[in-house]
Ligand binder design. Structure first.
Ligand SMILES: O=C(CO)[C@H](O)[C@H](O)COP(=O)(O)O
Length: 280
């Protein structure tokens, strides 16, 4: 079990080439089930349950945040209660998940206590053909990225509504966690970055007040008209990633690049498991 180096900002030539030709990197895909008409929630549950197959007794498991990840947390709780899983330690990625997992009787730890995880299971907001993803519309992106980078395997679970040709392509938010101090200054600098030219930056609100993350930070959501990594324009998603992170005041962003090892996608036709080829 090893902690992976922070590779999310590296521009791998092969991945860039794949992006420019709009072809996915080689992924092993297998259809494992055929499903009739299921609701979106049932699809999320199918993906989550399949992901829990990667959890074995004795493992340290990263517990994601969001409606899809919640199905996985419940499943792990049920398998612990029935004795089918034993000696699991969960590392939650948010206060919400901490409360849920605690309620389900899952023994919990922090990264301070368990710095090396066997597997992490979490949802995503967008998944592109290279298995790069946008996360954080649920506001937990910083802890999610920390936990998932510390995991030997990151299993991402989605229903097929999350699939996009290019990140940012769903026209929904790409979140950036920023410090509260002079947040409008940071928001304006984000919007002015040439690497994300044309995006609209909005401070995330909760009622009349800014939304506050578990880490006491704010979130600026970036909205794009065209994908962030526009293959037509020859853009690599690592450039915006690097430029955003370089701004003082930015804590982290929702681009999770080169991080997903396995993506489980539930759709009306079945559950598909896509694996990124092992890193050399
Ligand atoms: O990144 C996240 C939270 O910060 C979630 O994983 C992401 O928003 C997907 O959520 P859901 O499964 O509810 O669609």
């Amino acid at each position: 079990m090893s902690v992976r180096a922070p590779q999310q900002f590296l521009c791998k030539a092969s991945q860039q080439r794949a992006f420019l030709t709009r072809k996915p990197v080689a992924v092993r895909a297998s259809r494992v089930a055929s499903m009739a008409q299921l609701s979106q929630d049932e699809l999320k549950q199918q993906a989550a349950w399949k992901a829990v197959d990667y959890v074995k007794s004795g493992m340290v498991v990263g517990l994601g945040t969001g409606s899809t990840a919640a199905f996985a947390v419940d499943r792990i709780g049920d398998l612990l209660a029935s004795g089918e899983l034993k000696d699991i330690v969960g590392v939650p990625t948010s206060v919400r998940t901490y409360e849920q997992a605690k309620g389900r009787g899952i023994p919990l730890a922090t990264l301070d206590e368990q710095p090396k995880l066997d597997v992490a299971i979490d949802g995503a907001d967008e998944v592109d053909p290279n298995l790069d993803v946008v996360k954080g519309r649920g506001g937990a992106l910083l802890r999610e990225k920390m936990v998932e980078m510390a995991s030997a395997k990151f299993v991402c679970i989605v229903d097929d509504s999350k699939l996009v040709e290019g990140l940012g392509g769903s026209k929904l938010a790409m979140p950036v966690e920023i410090v509260q101090f002079c947040h409008l200054y940071t928001l304006n600098r984000l919007q002015a970055l040439p690497e994300v030219a044309g995006c609209v930056a909005k401070l995330r609100m909760e009622g009349d007040a800014p939304y506050v993350t578990d880490n006491s930070n704010y979130i600026v959501d970036l909205y794009f008209d065209t994908p962030i990594a526009d293959s037509q324009a020859g853009m690599c998603p690592r450039l915006p990633s690097k430029a955003i992170l370089a701004l003082e005041g930015v804590v982290d962003h929702g681009l999770f690049l080169d991080m997903v090892d396995v993506c489980i996608i539930a759709g009306k036709e079945g559950v598909e498991v896509k694996e990124r080829p092992a890193k050399k």
